[in-house]
Design a protein around this ligand. Sequence first.
Ligand code: SF4
Length: 273
Amino acid sequence: MRISEKECKSIMVKSKLPDADYVINPYVGCCHQCIYCYAQFMSRFTGHAGEQWGSYMDIKRGGELIKKDLSGKTVLLGSVTDPYNPLEKKYGATRQILQKLLRENTNANIEILTKSPLVVRDIDLLRQFDNIRIGISLSTMDAVFAKRIEKNVVSPQERVDAMKELHRNGIRVYAFVSPIFPLTDGWKQVVDQVREYADLICFENLNLRANYKYEVLEMIREFYPDKYDAYVSLYSNPGTLRAYWESLATEIGNYLGETAHKLYFFHDEIKKK
Ligand code: SF4
């Protein structure tokens, strides 16, 4: 892996995501190597055209916030990287940004999305924010399946343990069940494990984009051959796929019952809040 430190002018950019006004990505690239990574396209826009996603990481240094007063705005850390990827332990770029946000007293709603228990290292800082919420991302509790789809990420159980630790320290935490692999009950396994600790549970469907569709389908073919034909059929027919997600959204809603949990399928715009 090629690692370099880069000075940047601004660490924050405006966001088009539905739940964030601004995003901060303390790193360029990500070493977690998720098979379904939607962020791979970033190589083209960050001076890494032609380089394989996961083979490089830039650590952002310096940089200002776009605005100092961010009252009522949501700032998401980690839209196209994991802010607590393994490099964070040594380089601390995310910790420095949290310190800057605290110093600048921006009044923003801070949201951090990660798959790493390293986030608990920063509980001392997280507790100082008035409005902060940590999202822990996981698709399944099956450690073998998780390794197949997220090669360099810690086990789902370690992620749940991190969630418990955050919850125990009074920090709001949500489970981001993402992506849901169709025809599996991984989402149900996660709900059963986190229901007690999560302030919120969000869901995102598996969206097979051209650049990684082949890889995901090949993984299914190799390890879950009985599901392969069904996957190919689902993802070759947009109407059938949409009907599948709609039906699953109903099933998940029923499973959650009358709780405060939010159901949120980003890509198919099936939302219940
Ligand atoms: S953690 Fe997120 S950004 Fe990193 S490889 Fe996985 S999906 Fe991509």
